[in-house]
Design a protein around this ligand. Structure first.
Ligand SMILES: [Fe+2]
Length: 470
């Protein structure tokens, strides 16, 4: 170790101790935040870990979990400038193939992760998740997805972390709301100490985008109602801090969150970024809107799946004390963008929006004039409070009447369930896209049972959703 390296290491070790737990633990090299992979391509995948060291970090990827058949290996480094996170771009892999990977510093091995490349396939299976609030519960739903053997990837639709502070159930770190780069790094670090988070990432590659709570409630490029420039400084600095921490800590490629993933001629997954370019008048921004419309109308895959952090279907909210008639944080606040996108689809009835954000389960025929232009499936929150909890009524009581009212006011809503938490799985075949909702019995129990509760499908070329009985 040279003098400079040694000094960098010591600074890094001290910073890491302060950042992650406030204790000086960094003298021992460890992979305490697990491993992750993401952004699968036909020939490669992104690998992620975090380790406090100035030594070379070796990585290897193999066709078997015992690493007898290593197909690629290399070395990389990290530094305090990136909060000791590590990303490796692996290329030269085979499509539609499972791999196992791990990292090593000296004699210290990381946990083993399993991943999969994208490919030209006849069937795809995704996990679909959103709104994983550390403060509101345990992540048993992640554990449920981690145990599924057949997933191609897990699509995270945002609110992977929550930036605010309350300590009603699980206390967050830092013990105040996140504003600075150190704050956001600490919050991300805490999430990646959770055993269900680690299990999920170690089991499947993730395709993630963000929503508002990775920065601040109802955020946009110009601010957030939960940001006070007088006491918290310029919004641009806070957004830059949130963006940097997200890119350091998530298994996403550097650069943009709006991006596409191709699975042969079966499906293209287009992930949107509905926060970075949002203003008062556009949810997408002009460049992302043009790119989305071009992708949806020229891509040749049989299905267009859109990872969409907030609901695109119109939603008239039934009269309720304290509730507005609509939610302008969703696409309802941006009718011009919505109409331009839906109108562009024309007769192509192959677009399915996958949505998070509203902590409840929905299946919708997305209307345009008197027709249905697409379908939309909304995954419920992993843990974030939903309707019964906000109203402090028992589940499946006060919500039933509201669900009925929603369907009367919004006839394009084919299914809505306001109370349950959990995850979804999505099966894509040539003939249909099917969304299954799996509900956790008790979000406050880390070992809660999780079971399939509802199932809807869209048949190709219909832009209609229908219940599947099982
Ligand atoms: Fe949320």
């Amino acid at each position: 170790m040279t003098g400079v390296d040694r000094r960098t290491f010591l600074i890094g070790a001290a910073a890491a101790g302060a950042i992650s737990t406030g204790t000086a633990h960094a003298a021992t090299t460890s992979f305490e935040h697990g491993v992750a992979s993401g952004d699968p391509l036909p020939d490669g995948v992104l690998l992620w870990t975090r380790v406090v060291t100035s030594e070379p970090i070796r990585w290897e990827i193999a066709r078997d979990e015992d690493f007898h058949r290593v197909v690629k290996r290399g070395t990389t480094r990290t530094s305090p400038a990136r909060d000791h996170t590590v990303k490796v771009e692996v290329h030269g892999l085979r499509p539609d193939t499972r791999y196992w990977y791990r990292f090593r510093v000296g004699d210290v091995l990381s946990p083993v992760g399993r991943t999969k490349t994208a490919g030209c396939v006849s069937e795809l299976n995704f996990g679909v998740v959103s709104c994983s609030n550390w403060m509101a519960g345990h992540f048993a739903g992640y554990g449920h997805l981690a145990r599924q053997q057949d997933l191609d990837a897990v699509i995270h639709l945002g609110d992977y972390i929550y930036e605010y502070f309350n300590a009603d159930f699980r206390a967050p770190d830092p013990p105040h709301r996140c504003v600075t780069l150190d704050d956001y790094r600490r919050r991300h670090a805490q999430y990646k100490t959770d055993r269900h988070v680690q299990a999920l990432h170690a089991a499947h590659p993730m395709i993630a985008t963000w929503d508002d709570h990775e920065s601040a409630d109802n955020s946009s490029s110009i601010g957030s109602p939960q940001h006070d420039p007088a006491t918290e400084g310029p919004w641009a600095a806070r957004m830059a801090a949130a963006t940097q921490a997200y890119h350091e800590w998530m298994p996403v490629r550097e650069g943009k969150l709006d991006r596409t993933f191709r699975f042969g001629d079966l499906a293209t997954v287009t992930m949107l970024d509905l926060r970075s370019y949002r203003t008062d008048t556009t949810i997408l921004g002009a460049a992302q809107r043009a790119w989305l419309i071009k992708t949806l109308t020229t891509d040749r895959a049989r299905w267009q799946l859109v990872g969409n952090s907030v609901m695109i279907s119109p939603f008239k909210i039934p009269p309720l004390p304290g509730f507005p008639p609509s939610n302008p944080d969703q696409w309802d606040g941006f009718p011009i963008d919505r109409e331009l996108v839906l109108r562009s689809l024309g007769d192509r009835k192959n677009t399915v929006f996958l949505t998070g954000d509203i902590h409840s389960s929905w299946a919708c025929d997305v209307p345009l004039n008197d027709n249905s232009a697409a379908t939309e499936y909304v995954v419920t929150s992993l843990t974030s409070d939903n309707f019964d909890e906000l109203l402090k009524v028992p589940p499946r009581t006060g919500s039933l009447q509201l669900e009925a009212q929603i369907q009367v006011l919004n006839p394009h809503v084919r299914f809505v369930e306001l109370d349950s938490h959990g995850v979804s799985t999505l099966k894509v075949t040539k003939d249909e896209v099917r969304m299954d909702w799996h509900y956790v019995a008790d979000k406050k129990n880390p070992d809660s049972a999780v079971a399939r509760a509802h199932s809807f499908r869209t048949r190709h070329n219909t832009a209609r959703t229908e219940r599947v009985l099982f």
